[in-house]
Ligand binder design. Sequence first.
Ligand code: SDX
Length: 420
Amino acid sequence: MATAKLILEGKEHELPVYVGTENEVGIDITELRNKTGAITLDSGYANTGACFSNITYIDGEKGILRYRGYPVDQLAEHAKFTEVAHLLMYGELPSLQQLLKFREELTYHSMLHEDMNKFFEGFPRGAHPMAILSAMVASLSTYYPESDERRDMIRLLAKAKTIAAFAYKKSVGQPFMYPRNELSYCGNILHMMFGVPCEAYHVDPVLEDAMHVLLILHADHEQNCSTSTVRMVGSSGANLYASISAGICALWGPLHGGANQAVIEMLQQIHSDGGDVSKYVAMAKDKTSSFRLSGFGHRVYKNFDPRAKILRKTCDNVLARLGIHDPLLDIAKKLEEIALRDEYFIERKLYPNVDFYSGIIYKAMGIPADMFTVMFALGRLPGWIAHWKELREEKPRINRPRQIYRGENVREFVPIEKRG
Ligand code: SDX
């Protein structure tokens, strides 16, 4: 066992060092406070490993992303979303038999209990679909209180797309479209969102393939903010639905999964403002401005986000196949070109991330901006489930970080009449 030496207040302490299968090195500080009385500080947990994991590997310097060892570009090109969901959740790509059974279970559990459909009536028309998704996922625990964890994972994966589609239908005032058993996971999302009762809906294979790629590219990303939230909540013993509902809320933030909606809003703002990209690049560099280029930068990738590369290509393909010319794509490419030549972005290793192009594709598919992060959540769901399952199998201690207190020292209570 390798060790690291720490000298604190003149005393030397040895700390165990772990090396992962991709040669990542971790200094184990589990006993640090017992040995030294001190804790570590790591704003944003940028240097802190929360766990061991076998699910996803990222190399931010080399722009590598692999799910259970498989490069994400190979999965995006050759696999369907349900295959990747099975890989993340159970550790292996399914055989044909396993895939057929998995799909059969997902089809069987696709519907919501009819009483749950009434919940949608309680939300106001403009309710953000992320609020609806989180509330409905947490509410699933009231319909399935028994904890059959394996079946809960299947139920959640099956029903989340139905909840998402119903949230969209609610927002446009159209009747809910129930899932059709003969359609794929992605085909059903499109059918339930864009089908109408008065005519048969034809799933466009271009859109269905694009949906598979989008969901696969979002399926997992190791210990990101929302996945860490799922693990945090799951570590208390909370059920799957409660843990994932918390993850959905974490993803909603504009610094995380909400960035895809923020990117489109930013591109639309630049477009309506005459398309002067340089003005917005200057604003992003100006420390007196709170403006940031949404879809740019990443805590881990200090090189191109491999998902952004694939989505840039998917973007071109989908728009070409649909015969759409979206000026926002031109603006995005100009923004990327200028930023990647600019010292500010080069110095800070800021590249387009997964959210930079995804919104343009969703928009081309007819999906409104406030549904973009819902689509991200649908993609990330198997990853969240896989991490929750991995956590549960390890029987971890409850996650409970420490702090350094910088408040008042002890003082006596002052009665109200003496407080002046
Ligand atoms: C996702 O973690 C994951 O894996 C997330 C994700 C996943 O799949 O789960 O990949 C999905 O969340 C992608 C990120 C989506 N968010 C955005 O696109 C929002 C815009 N990006 C930033 O806010 C930022 O880059 C973050 C939040 C993504 C990363 O933040 P960090 O790692 O805390 O970096 P930082 O804020 O400390 O920035 C470092 C420097 C700062 O400048 P200085 O103070 O050093 O002068 O870079 C600057 C920042 O001001 N900077 C930007 C910028 N991002 C960072 N400047 C302008 N525009 C930006 N987008």
